[in-house]
Write a protein that binds this ligand. Structure first.
Ligand SMILES: [Zn+2]
Length: 491
C-alpha cells in the first residue's frame, strides 16, 4: 500500500455475558437450545410487559470494565435504539446511548517489534442481543426464505468500543487476542466467535499523511460481524488495499457497511452506514437509571482475579522465557494446567517444555483442550517424576506419554506393561560397552583421531543392545572411560 496514507482502525467488540438468564426477563440465556424455546412475553416484545434488569449481568459488565482499566460511571441509563428488522420483535433494542456504563479504559498490545502500546477504550455499554436470522441458502442475496430464532433476543451483551488507535491489521489482531485473554480470566463470557458469543465490527479508514482534520470526517467503512480474529485481520488487510487503490485513482471512499466473505477474503458492500440519529435514541421509560455505589464498584475491583499482565510478569520472574510465557498466558486453560502441574513438581521449566512440545502436540492432534486433555497435570507430573528418578529416559517418556493419551492409563502402568525400565546399573552397562567396543576397533580409532560422530555411533550401538533402556548420559560416560583406559595407550 502507498506510503501516502496511514491506516486508522477502531474496533467494536460485542461480548455475550455468561449469565443464567437474559438481561430483562427470566428466560434461559444458554446457546444451542431448540429454536424459540427460550422465549417469553418480555423478550418477544408483547405489549404491556415490563423489563427487569438482571443484577448479575451488571456485575459481569462492571468486572469487565474494571479489568479493562475503565472508569465505571456511578450513574448510567438505558435508551431505546429504534430499528426495524425481523430479529428484533420490539422494533427497538434496549441499549445505552449517551451515558454508558464505563469509559476511558485501555488494553496494552505488544507488537513483535518494539514496546507495548496502549490502545484506548472509549466506552463500554450494556445492551440486549437481537435474535438470529437463518437464511435458507448460501447467503442473504440468494436465500429462498429466512427463519428467525429468538432464543438470543434479550441475552445480555457488552459492547467494547476502542478508540481509533490501531494502525494495522496486525495491531487489530493483537488487540483482539489480548482483549479475549483478559475476558477469559474474568470468566464473564464463553468468548466463542464461531457461536457468536464474541463478535467484532472493524471501522477502517485511511488518513492522508499530513491530514489535520478530525478523524470523524474521514470516510469510514465498517466491516460487520466477522467470525474469527483471523478473519478480522484479513478483512482489514483487504479493505486497506481496496481503499488505497481507490484513493490513488482519485475516487472517493463511500461511507458504508461491508460484509466479509470468508471464501474469497474480500469485503462486499451491504448498505450505506447509519448515523446515530437514524436510530432516534430516547431514554428507556420502563427502566430507572442505573446507580452504582462507589463501595460496590470497589468490592468488584477487589475481587478481580490475576490478569494477563500480572501473570506474564510472574511467569518470567519464575524463569519462564517470555515467548513461552506468552503462549501460556494467552490460553487460560493452558495456564491453569501449568499452575496445577508446577504446584506438585518443582522444575517449572521442565513442565513448560513438556507442555508446549509433546503435550500440546498430542492435545492438538486429538482435538482436545487443556481442560479436557486425556492426560491432565497430575498425569504429566507422574511421568516427569519417573524421569527424575531415573526409571525411564526422556526418550522413553515420549513414548509413554503417547500411550497415556491413547489408553488413559497412568505412567507407571504403561511403563510396567511395556516392560520398560532404564538400566542404571553401571556394571551391566559397562560389560555391554566393552562388548560393543571389541566389535568396532576401527570406529574407536576414528574417535581417537578426533571424529566426534564416531562416539555417537557407539552410543547408538549400546542403546540398540539394551533396547533403548540404558541411561544415555551414563553410556556416554562409560564409553569415554573405557576407550581412554583400554584403547588410548595402544596407539
Ligand atoms: Zn424472555
Amino acid at each position: 500500500m502507498s506510503r501516502d496514507y496511514e491506516v486508522i482502525v477502531g474496533l467494536e467488540v460485542h461480548v455475550e455475558l455468561k449469565t443464567a438468564t437474559k438481561l430483562f426477563c427470566g428466560c434461559e440465556a444458554a446457546f444451542g437450545a431448540d429454536p424459540n424455546s427460550h422465549t417469553c412475553p418480555v423478550c418477544l416484545g408483547m405489549p404491556g410487559v415490563l423489563p427487569v434488569l438482571n443484577r448479575e449481568a451488571i456485575h459481569l459488565a462492571v468486572r469487565s470494565a474494571l479489568a479493562l482499566n475503565c472508569e465505571v460511571r456511578p450513574f448510567s441509563k438505558f435508551d431505546r435504539k429504534q430499528y426495524f428488522y425481523p430479529d428484533l420483535p420490539k422494533a427497538y433494542q434496549i441499549s445505552q446511548f449517551d451515558e454508558p456504563l464505563a469509559e476511558y479504559g485501555w488494553v496494552t498490545i505488544r507488537p513483535a517489534s518494539g514496546e507495548g502500546r496502549r490502545i484506548g477504550i472509549r466506552r463500554i455499554h450494556v445492551e440486549e442481543d437481537a435474535g438470529k436470522l437463518n437464511h435458507l441458502g448460501q447467503r442473504l442475496g440468494d436465500a429462498t426464505g429466512s427463519l428467525v430464532d429468538l432464543n438470543r433476543a434479550g441475552v445480555p451483551l457488552i459492547e467494547i468500543v476502542s478508540e481509533p488507535d490501531l494502525r494495522s491489521a496486525e495491531e487489530a489482531r493483537l488487540y483482539l487476542t489480548e482483549l479475549r485473554a483478559i475476558l477469559s480470566y474474568l470468566d464473564v463470557s464463553d468468548l466463542r466467535m464461531e457461536e457468536g458469543s464474541m463478535r467484532c465490527d472493524a471501522n477502517v479508514s485511511l488518513r492522508p499523511v499530513g491530514y489535520e482534520g478530525a478523524l470523524e470526517d474521514l470516510s469510514r467503512v465498517e466491516i460487520k460481524n466477522v467470525n474469527s480474529i483471523r478473519n478480522v485481520q484479513r478483512g482489514i488487510e483487504y479493505e486497506v488495499e481496496r481503499q488505497a487503490e481507490m484513493l490513488l485513482r482519485g475516487e472517493r471512499i463511500v461511507k458504508e457497511t461491508r460484509g466479509f466473505d470468508d471464501a474469497t477474503g474480500r469485503t462486499y458492500s451491504q448498505r450505506s452506514k447509519e448515523e446515530a440519529n437514524d436510530y432516534r435514541y430516547f431514554p428507556e421509560p420502563d427502566l430507572p437509571p442505573l446507580v452504582l455505589s462507589a463501595e460496590w464498584i470497589e468490592s468488584v475491583r477487589q475481587a478481580l482475579p490475576a490478569l494477563p499482565d500480572a501473570i506474564r510478569e510472574a511467569l518470567v520472574s519464575r524463569g519462564i522465557p517470555p515467548k513461552d510465557a506468552e503462549v501460556l498466558v494467552l490460553d487460560r486453560e493452558a495456564y491453569q494446567y501449568w499452575l496445577q502441574a508446577t504446584e506438585r513438581f518443582e522444575d517449572d521449566r521442565l513442565v513448560t517444555n513438556w507442555m508446549l512440545s509433546d503435550v500440546a502436540r498430542l492435545i492438538n492432534a486429538r482435538g482436545e483442550s487443556y481442560a479436557k486433555a486425556a492426560v491432565g497435570p497430575d498425569g504429566l507430573v507422574e511421568l516427569l517424576e519417573l524421569i527424575g528418578s531415573g526409571k525411564i529416559s526422556g526418550r522413553m517418556a515420549k513414548e509413554v506419554l503417547e500411550a497415556m493419551f491413547e489408553t488413559g492409563k497412568r505412567a507407571e502402568e504403561v511403563v510396567k506393561e511395556k516392560g520398560m525400565s532404564q538400566i542404571t546399573d553401571e556394571g551391566a552397562i559397562r560389560s555391554i560397552v566393552e562388548e560393543v567396543l571389541k566389535q568396532h576397533p576401527a570406529v574407536i580409532q576414528d574417535y581417537l583421531s578426533g571424529k566426534e560422530k564416531a562416539l555417537a555411533f557407539l552410543v547408538g550401538q549400546v542403546m540398540k543392545q539394551t533396547r533403548g533402556q540404558a541411561k544415555p548420559d551414563l553410556v556416554n560416560q562409560l564409553l569415554k572411560d573405557v576407550i581412554h583406559h583400554d584403547y588410548n595407550t595402544a596407539q
